[in-house]
Design a protein around this ligand. Structure first.
Ligand code: AMP
Ligand code: MN
Ligand code: MN
Ligand code: MN
Length: 311
């Protein structure tokens, strides 16, 4: 009975397959930026795929922070649901003192270059956690590392949200938003970036891996328009091939302007909600309007096309 609730039969018209011929403006049923419990999302990869399916998505990419531990389970569940799962990861990098996120998408299994990069990121995340803990102890959070670990029973690699929850639990701040604002957000004591590979190193690895690199949420770094232009110039020059034209909710005027910036650099356009958990403003597939442009959708990238061609 419950199986029938989550599994669609072949005759179910709602189980429409993703059509890679779809233009950007027609794009529905797709979300190429999602998190699970493999990083800082709150749904298991399976539950995430079930929610995507309930919401009518036919194609999704799992893009956890610096790990692909959830990809296999998500792909398995997606197949059972008649959905397409594109393997991916959201890579932590640094560029000119800013933490920049790069979504990598590929077809098939991760190769040796991707595996080596993920191992490096796992070490970086570990070393960074020690540094964040030391800094938060100076700022008044005793036993910061142990407290962050308590927030992370699944023994995932620690992330800033684990430290944020520890700060809330210890009563140093009333909520997560304040924990980031005072301790962990950009420029604050717990915002440690030195451990991350540079943008250049990251793009060298994704290039070797044959993955397609996409600038995640370009409008969320609070860069001036000029610096965002520099980032996109450098990203394209280093072999990056795409950017998220739409990341969840964003202003239509800014989307139009971003589209023209991407066209100018010949980048492919991706779309994703950056969904982490239920109850917030976003759900899988939540996307602002796609502006009209000459941009080519990422699902038409020659190296990625086979990944989008259905289960
Ligand atoms: P990390 O990958 O460990 O550097 O942690 C960054 C993650 O923290 C982001 O991917 C978000 O999920 C989360 N985050 C960033 N800013 C905030 C905020 N102001 N409130 C809550 N969560 C945030
Ligand atoms: Mn996150
Ligand atoms: Mn991100
Ligand atoms: Mn993300």
């Amino acid at each position: 009975m419950s199986e029938q609730d989550t599994t669609s039969s072949p005759s179910d018209p709602a189980a429409s397959f993703f059509d890679p011929g779809m233009t950007l403006e027609q794009a529905g049923h797709i979300d190429l930026h999602l998190h699970s419990t493999a990083s800082d999302g709150r749904l298991s990869p399976q539950a995430l795929m079930q929610l995507c399916h309930q919401r009518g998505l036919s194609c999704a990419a799992l893009t956890d922070h610096d790990t692909i531990d959830g990809v296999e389970a998500a792909a398995h569940e997606a197949r059972a649901l008649g959905m397409t799962l594109v393997p991916g990861v959201e890579l932590s990098t640094r560029w000119q003192g800013v933490g920049i996120h790069v979504v990598a998408l590929w077809h098939g299994s991760p190769d040796a270059a991707m595996t080596a990069l993920l191992e490096r990121l796992s070490r970086a995340r570990h070393d960074r956690a020690l540094e964040i803990a030391a800094r938060l102890e100076k700022a008044g959070l005793d036993n910061a590392l142990e407290r962050a670990r308590e927030q992370n029973p699944g023994s995932r690699l620690l992330g800033r949200p684990d430290f944020a929850r520890a700060l809330v639990e210890a009563g140093l701040v009333p909520d997560m938003a304040r924990a980031f604002k005072r301790y962990l957000g950009a420029g604050k004591t717990g915002d440690v970036k030195v451990h991350w590979p540079t943008l250049e190193e990251t793009l060298e690895s994704t290039r070797q891996a044959g993955a397609v690199a996409v600038v995640a949420h370009p409008l969320r770094y609070r860069l001036t328009r000029r610096r965002l232009g520099l980032l996109l110039d450098e990203f394209a020059a280093l072999g990056g091939e795409g950017a998220e034209l739409i990341s969840g909710y964003q202003n239509d005027d800014r989307s139009r302007d971003l589209a023209s910036m991407l066209v100018k650099r010949g980048l492919y356009a991706s779309l994703g909600s950056d969904f982490h958990y239920q109850g917030g403003a976003l759900a899988p597939g939540t996307l602002s309007r796609v502006p009209r442009s000459q941009l080519v959708p990422i699902w038409q990238h020659p190296r990625l096309k086979p990944a989008f061609e259905g289960p």
